[in-house]
Design a protein around this ligand. Structure first.
Ligand code: AMP
Length: 280
């Protein structure tokens, strides 16, 4: 059986009201669909941690700075509902754009420093779109916990900051990146890679893990980063938008004694791939 699809906020509210009255906890897993094992790992974590689980499926136009990327984003609602069937989620919330942004909608939620570098610098407006839709989805679902993947590390930190700064009564639960056998992090965008490019793509996680290990062992950082860029170029990758070691939480420069993270956005075969790994 497929997951029950709910399209209207009124219908969703009737469900969540009944659940809350029964004293049940609610978990939400926000997604843009084209679901894969990475998404399912979040759903499984939510099922373990909450009485009720809502998966949201909304390709949020406001977080795409590139209209072509929005147009090309895979939309596979029926397959998504089917793949969720065995996980027995309580609702698959699939609002249309007018339900999320009704006429006259004019509020934008903007998170400060943590959303400025990396993705923020290369995708202007992206995190405003994310913070706005996440705020809306939290209010719409009334969830107690929300599950986010470490695959989108900066997004996770932006959402944590948002919830802390606005005192939102919701717990953010981070979930580890799910990778294919060759190490490539699962992503809906991987479908757009040619067979040849898909075979080359594992060079990205390999380069990141090797560089992170070298840094943790004390190698000179600029040399390690240059070597990683050379490895990616040799493997057939195109432009490296960023490849940087940052403080794990603020995404600013690394802070001695605090955890740091190596993050990258790189083009391959016309597809923009992002990934990140812990250093040390
Ligand atoms: P998306 O549908 O790509 O916006 O992703 C929805 C959620 O799934 C986000 O919290 C992502 O970080 C998470 N996610 C996507 N890919 C993976 C992955 N490979 N492993 C873990 N979480 C993921």
């Amino acid at each position: 059986m497929s997951a029950p699809i709910i399209r209207s906020l009124a219908e969703l509210r009737a469900l969540t009201r009944a659940w809350r009255q029964a004293g049940e906890s609610i978990g939400v897993v926000p997604t843009m669909g084209a679901l894969h094992e990475g998404h399912l790992s979040l759903v499984r974590a939510a099922k373990q941690g909450c009485d009720r689980v809502i998966v949201t499926l909304f390709v949020n136009p406001r977080q795409f700075n590139n209209p072509e990327d929005f147009a090309k984003y895979p939309r596979t609602e029926l397959a998504d509902a089917a793949i969720l069937g065995p996980l027995a989620v309580d609702a698959l919330f699939v609002p249309d754009a007018a339900e999320v942004y009704p006429a006259g909608h004019s509020t934008v939620v903007s998170v400060g420093d943590v959303s400025q570098p990396l993705e923020g610098a290369h995708r202007p407006g992206h995190f405003d779109g994310v913070a706005t839709v996440v705020t809306l989805l939290f209010n719409m679902t009334q969830a107690d916990r929300a599950y986010f993947g470490e695959k989108d590390w900066q997004q996770l930190q932006v959402v944590k900051r948002l919830v802390a700064d606005l005192n939102m009564p919701i717990e953010i639960v981070p979930c580890p990146s799910v990778r294919d056998a060759d190490g490539l992090a699962l992503s809906s965008r991987n479908q757009r890679l040619s067979r040849k490019a898909r075979a080359q793509a594992a060079a990205l996680p390999n380069a990141l893990f090797d560089a992170a290990t070298a840094m943790a062992e004390g190698a000179y950082e600029p040399e390690v980063l240059a070597a990683a860029r050379d490895t990616l170029a040799a493997a057939g990758f195109g432009e490296v938008e960023y490849l940087a070691r940052c403080d794990s939480e603020s995404l600013g420069p690394p802070i001695p004694g605090k955890p740091s993270r190596l993050l990258a956005a790189v083009w391959l075969d016309g597809v923009r791939l992002i990934d990140n790994v812990a250093v040390g």
